[in-house]
Design a protein around this ligand. Structure first.
Ligand SMILES: [Mg+2]
Length: 229
């Protein structure tokens, strides 16, 4: 019983575990070239599929498959890391050379993520993980892999199915909530939707982040003036 409680508690309180360098509303928004300029080379991508690329147990959306195609075209390796056994809904991605990895160390075990890096022949520092769940996909951070969080894609399903999945969806929301609190409390800089807008250059983005940082440091100017008095 203690063990069942201990694992989620450990995850919720771990600073590293709830960390994402990017938090965006959809997979399409992710601009790896832009992220790369800030954090260093990205030569490999580990992907989650369910609710990241398409609905739960559904086919990945065509625009997301296209986005993966562009990642590969720009010279990056892409693998899918799934806790589920193989499925034919990956066929289109596999035809593009995307390998599907199911490890004996399922997510969030860091050893599974390391295995993905080994398959690509890359160091964890050159790899990012993209997924919708801090509680599973976010385990990559403990393997030294940066995490990119995507808001989960809404799934149309029966009431019975959504009730059955409630513990999973609730825990996912809780992990996201705790991560946001950590970001605020520690003043972490996280790239969000607005940083990936049309025409946003790295210079614009650095300026924007600098402004955020200044706001964080200086805080409310009126309040500051009050304190000086
Ligand atoms: Mg998922």
């Amino acid at each position: 019983m203690w063990k069942i409680l201990w694992h989620p508690l450990q995850l919720l309180t771990s600073n590293a575990f709830n960390r994402a360098i990017v938090k965006v509303s959809s997979f399409e928004k992710i601009d790896l070239d832009l992220i790369e300029e800030l954090r260093g080379k990205i030569n490999g991508v580990i992907l989650d599929v369910d609710e990241t690329m398409g609905p739960h147990h559904g086919d990945p959306f065509p625009q997301n498959i296209e986005h993966v195609r562009q990642m590969i075209a720009s010279g990056r390796q892409v693998v899918i890391f799934s806790n589920m056994k193989k499925s034919d809904r990956y066929a289109e991605l596999e035809a593009m050379g995307v390998k599907v990895i199911t490890s004996k160390y399922p997510k969030p075990d860091p050893r599974g993520f390391i295995e993905c890096c080994q398959v690509m022949g890359l160091d964890p520092s050159e790899v990012v993980m993209i997924g919708d769940n801090f509680g599973t996909d976010g385990g990559c951070v403990n393997a030294g892999i940066d995490f990119i969080h995507v808001d989960p894609i809404k799934t149309e399903e029966s009431v019975w199915k959504s009730v059955k999945r409630l513990p999973q969806t609730l825990s996912r929301s809780l992990f996201k909530y705790v991560s946001d609190i950590h970001d605020d409390a520690m003043g972490r800089l996280v790239l969000r939707d607005e940083h990936f807008g049309e025409g946003m250059s790295v210079l614009d983005m650095s300026h924007h982040i600098g402004q955020l940082l200044m706001d964080e440091l200086v805080g409310d100017e009126d309040l500051l003036a009050e304190e000086v008095k």
